[in-house]
Design a binder for this molecule. Structure first.
Ligand SMILES: *Cc1c(COP(=O)(O)O)cnc(C)c1O
Length: 409
């Protein structure tokens, strides 16, 4: 298994956003908590304000913390380097970042083409009517025909949440023509996938997940061209979704270990996937590394590896899935992912709850589907916990099946 499709991503992850440390005489990122900044020269202040209002960076004084913050700018610089982007804009959450992308794109065309499945919050936002956009949900092969003269954006997610379906980014970019494509690459991280290298215009991460990586920060980032970064900064100034500097510090703290965390958890995920697939209580496994899950060979071309998330279906539906989660003692039943510890959640009951049940069904988000975010514990400890959970699920499934058999007699 390869760690990254890029040469020496490990070194990049350790040093990104830190090039000025020697000159500054520091060894850890300085945190600037100022909410306002002195403007000693009024004319220069006006010039700096104008520069930022146009989406640029400050010329001298940063004026006010909703417009710019140096600690946030450092985290943005680091993520831009990891994604091979000109620029990055950081937001208070992944959803704040998504909202800013949709608002910025709507200035150029109000129609959005989105490919499901998507993160539950994204799907709900697109469908909610809250934003000044008109959304067409298309299958991957329908993107070209869904494009209209007023299409301002194509929105995709790969690997997708929670089914781990992969999309061919270059193929979608080709079908989108001149329309910008945004890729939610949260599940892949820049270690495994760099969408801009495949022609995407923007790459979005919920940095709450792997980039922060320790379950203690909520953040969203968009890596893109300077042209789009300016548009996003303009939206961020007006709507106020900038990341907090303490959160930016925690995000920076997570990045140097990102490649090692992803690689370690990915190795463990491979072991657990094999054992889950062979277990009689499991009726289906979704994992990009599972036999038949990557028919067009995107792993090795678009992704360096299959990642650290596994979705699986438990025999016995929601009752068995719940019994499994209740029996766990090491793995935490919780939403979110990409943390140091292993998390499990029930998409139909939590993250994808707000979706129309028919859409859930069509996307393969069944009532017995569980999503496991593999952390850094040992494979053996995790398997012991899962095996105990599967025993508990079996008791419930057998009881239910027994009851059904009796009632049909
Ligand atoms: C969590 C998540 C989001 C939303 O990010 P927040 O930081 O929770 O706002 C978007 N996309 C994906 C794939 C996610 O996992």
């Amino acid at each position: 298994m390869i760690r990254s499709l890029l040469p020496d991503f490990d070194t990049l992850a350790v040093h990104a956003g830190r090039a000025d440390f020697h000159a500054l005489g520091v060894h850890a990122p300085p945190i600037d908590l100022s909410s306002t900044y002195p403007v000693p020269d009024p004319e220069q202040g006006t010039a700096s304000y104008d520069a930022m209002a146009a989406g640029g960076t400050p010329q001298g004084s940063a004026i006010y913390a909703r417009l710019h913050n140096p600690t946030v700018a450092r985290a943005e610089q680091a993520v831009a380097e990891l994604e091979g982007a000109e620029a990055c804009v950081a937001f208070a959450s992944g959803m704040a970042a998504t909202t800013a992308i949709l608002l910025a794109a709507a200035m150029h065309g109000r129609h959005v083409v989105a490919v499901r499945p998507l993160y539950g919050g994204t799907d709900h936002l697109l469908d909610s009517g809250l934003l000044p956009i008109d959304v067409t949900f298309a299958e991957p092969h329908e993107v070209a025909q869904a494009i209209r003269p007023d299409t301002g954006l194509v929105f995709i997610e790969t690997p997708a949440n929670p089914t781990l379906d992969l999309l061919d980014i270059s193929a979608i970019v080709r079908d989108a023509g001149t329309v910008p494509v945004v890729v939610d690459s949260t599940f892949a991280t820049p270690v495994l996938q760099q969408p801009l290298r495949h022609g995407a215009t923007m790459v979005l991460h919920s940095a709450t997940k792997f980039l922060g990586g320790h379950g203690d920060v909520v953040a969203g980032v968009v890596a893109t061209s300077e042209v789009w970064a300016r548009r996003l900064r303009q939206v961020r100034i007006l709507t106020g979704g900038i990341l907090h500097p303490l959160a930016a510090f925690l995000l920076l703290r997570g990045l140097p270990t990102l490649p090692m965390r992803v690689e370690h958890a990915q190795r463990t995920a491979g072991v657990l996937m094999e054992r889950l697939a062979a277990h009689p209580m499991i009726t289906g496994v979704h994992y990009p590394g599972h036999a038949g899950s990557d028919p067009t060979g995107l792993i090795g071309r678009q992704m360096a590896g299959p990642g650290t998330l596994i979705a699986f279906e438990v025999r016995g539906g929601v009752d068995a899935a719940n019994a499994l989660m209740r029996a766990l003692t090491l793995i935490t039943p919780a939403v979110s992912l990409g943390s140091t510890d292993t998390l499990i959640q029930h998409p139909a009951g939590l993250t994808h709850r707000l979706l129309d049940p028919a859409v859930r069904e069509a996307e393969g988000i069944t009532d017995g589907l569980l999503r496991l975010s593999v952390g850094l514990e040992s494979a053996e400890a995790l398997w012991r916990d899962l095996a105990a959970g599967l025993d508990a699920a079996e008791d419930v499934a057998e009881h239910t099946e027994g009851t059904l058999a009796m009632s049909s007699r």
